[in-house]
Design a protein around this ligand. Sequence first.
Ligand code: ADP
Length: 370
Amino acid sequence: MSLQTEEIYRTLLLYSADAVIVTDCAGTITTTNPSFAKLVGAAVDELIGTSLANLVVADWEHSEEKTITSNNGTNADEDAESTGDTQAVTILSRTGSELIMPAARFPLFNQKSGKPDGHLTIIYVIQANSLQQAQTEFVSTVSHELRTPLTSIKGFADTILRAGDRLDSSQQRRYVGIIKDQADRLTRLVEDLLAVSRLESKKLQLTIRALDLKEAIERVQQNLADKAKKHTVILQIPPGLTPVWADADRLEQILTNLIDNAIKYSQAGTTVTITAKGIQDTPEMVEFSVCDQGVGIPEEHLPQVFSKFGRLDNPLVRQTEGTGLGLYITRSLVLALGGQITVESVPGSTTFTVKLPAATPEQQAARGRG
Ligand code: ADP
């Protein structure tokens, strides 16, 4: 190794925010950096010569075994994704606290003999910190979202209990009505949070079949008929449209979220147009779009609508019920089905377009035979 390369490695090790540890074949630390020393609450010099297993609890053998299994061809993709080279390890600091962080271990070989010479372990501190931050923000937003309806439920229940007979029956009905609306809001929020958790933990079970898009759109249109009483809903679907490969419940959920939003975020008396068609350039996909004549989304806020709790501030949003999780869930479902979702908006018109894999007659026949 040239002197300059050595200098580069030394600087990288010294200033890396991630913790780096080199151990010999017995698991004794031979080299480490200040980032690891800070994690465990010791000086670098104190750590040299000590056993890494006393500071980092990991299940390397198990994870390496799995990597070998996946190389043998069983469930290769799934294994690679669920274990990867990274695993969660527990760091035992000298102050007695425990930290869980992602880490990876790489075997080292003697340059001359080619024999195993120990391991290089990296603990991904930056990644762990940003995950931790995202989790803290999520918990704080969820708590806030839960507290709002709970405060209202508690307040009105207290009033009914305290004022009792002094409230006339119409007041009582109004207060109980508010309690029910807020309980419904809580239920929706919990259901959306469970959907998010299922999506993020990759526990989503999909039953993919060839589905008629027109039938699915008409079913959702019927389910939402009550909400759409003050709107005109137009369907533009050509006859003989190629079906899509999708899961029936998830497709319904995607359509429901988009059509419900189009109604919610546009004034009474306006039109919502649902169009479906094949795509000339990409015959392997079918697209549908939901277009409204509503408040629109400012261009700079377009990416925000797909993020968790991404509610924009405008009068119609303030008037309507929503968790801000609908489009996050919708986009995750579209991606899980192998599709794409895009949005275009100008004041007075918003269009969400979804592309899903087409179930061509040849593919369906092939599946039928398979
Ligand atoms: P929710 O409707 O529960 O607030 P969503 O995730 O479905 O949550 O939507 C996120 C935000 O995106 C909404 O709060 C609203 O500000 C904006 N939005 C969604 N659809 C539309 C639309 N069709 N027109 C205008 N704004 C929309």
